[in-house]
Write a protein that binds this ligand. Structure first.
Ligand code: TXA
Ligand code: MG
Length: 338
């Protein structure tokens, strides 16, 4: 089925329209503070299966379920550890997803066949209004074609989803820019399955032990069962070949000089643009700026026809770990250390 995809301004009337579409089993592109989501009624397997089709997403990759009230956590999950409530109090609404044992109301189509569900209460006001308007929890993965960079504007969603969904609600550019931090629990330990804006350091203000899953920074061997199924897929990749180059600016410049030819670009930090003498993109100075610009710049690499992009390696601390995690997947784990 092909749709005439409408871009809706977030007026009360349009939010009601989006809510009705969702309740009737349709898929709608929605803004959140992290990235745009491709939303459907999480309790309706038929509606959820349309998300997988629109994205071309493997069916064993579970979807995050978005709620608009902390207390809804108990409708969709059980055996919730005390630490989860404490984290919810501190970081919800916001870019934190907690994986918990799921209740039957969440179908296996939504959880990718798992008996757990990732729950997230977004802070974006438009997202919250749409969830309330639909009156349902909303399953929503990032609104990109599977494998491509995530979408941080309504235009990005339109570029990937035109004709595949009836509507996109335009909430402007996402402020955070990388997806939520996904965590699970092992006793009192918090396990980070996917780093995001809520950093390990942030989580440590509430939890005593925060463990970064090994799939976050390294490639899982094919016979490993991924704690988070999303980690085993190549991801966030533009058409251009992305290579991370880890080293000081002067070494990076030397390296680039030797490897530069037509179609080769550098992706450097924002404050280096005046001194770098070759074709380049920039992606911010601080880790938070890099997070908010990363996907836009990976998409831009394709628009300008880049064949290879050598990327300055971000810091691996704080939000930088989220940026690094996305980049190493975009790069197919290709990192050159100088
Ligand atoms: O910020 C976000 O989280 C965005 C916005 C739209 O909310 N959503 C998002 O969804 O990034 P998605 O589907 O692109 O990524 C969800 C990740 C996947 O890597 C998936 O494997 C993992 O979370 N995940 C979801 N449910 C899980 C579960 N029950 N157990 C383990 N991992 C889970
Ligand atoms: Mg995604």
């Amino acid at each position: 089925m092909s749709y005439l995809t409408e871009i809706l301004e977030p007026t009360d009337k349009n939010i009601e329209k989006a809510g009705k579409l969702l309740l009737s089993g349709e898929v709608v592109g929605i803004p959140t503070e992290t990235v745009y989501g491709l939303a459907a009624d999480a309790t309706n397997p038929n509606a959820v299966s349309k998300i997988f089709i629109a994205k071309g997403r493997p069916q064993d990759n579970p979807l995050i379920v978005h709620i608009a009230d902390i207390s809804d956590i108990e409708k969709y999950a059980h055996d919730i550890p005390v630490i989860a409530y404490r984290l919810a109090e501190k970081f919800w609404p916001g870019p934190l997803t907690m994986v918990l044992p799921k209740n039957d109301i969440i179908p296996l189509t939504t959880s990718g066949g798992l008996d757990t569900v990732g729950l997230r209460f977004p802070s974006n006001i438009i997202a919250r209004k749409i969830i309330k308007s639909a009156g349902r929890p909303l399953a929503a993965p990032s609104a990109n074609i599977s494998g491509k960079p995530s979408t941080t504007s309504a235009k990005h969603v339109f570029d990937d989803m035109n004709g595949k969904i009836p509507a996109i609600v335009d909430g402007g550019t996402c402020t955070v820019g990388v997806e939520s931090t996904v965590i699970s629990f092992d006793g009192d330990n918090v396990i980070v399955l996917r780093p995001g804006y809520i950093s390990r350091e942030d989580l440590l203000t509430v939890a005593e032990n925060v463990i970064i899953d090994k799939g976050v920074t390294s490639e899982l061997s094919p016979d490993t069962v991924a704690a988070s199924p999303g980690m085993k897929y190549k991801h966030y990749s533009p058409k251009a070949n992305i290579v991370i180059v880890d080293g000081e600016y002067s070494d990076f410049l030397n390296f680039f000089e030797k490897n530069y030819s037509d179609g080769v670009y550098a992706m450097i930090f924002g404050n280096e643009t005046d001194i770098f003498p070759y074709p380049h993109l920039t992606y911010g100075e601080t880790d938070a700026q890099q997070a908010s610009e990363l996907f836009e710049k990976l998409r831009e690499a394709d628009e300008i026809g880049a064949t290879t992009v050598y990327v300055r390696c971000p810091s691996k601390d704080g939000i930088g770990l989220a940026v690094y995690n996305r980049l190493i997947r975009a790069a197919g784990f290709e990192v050159i250390t100088l």
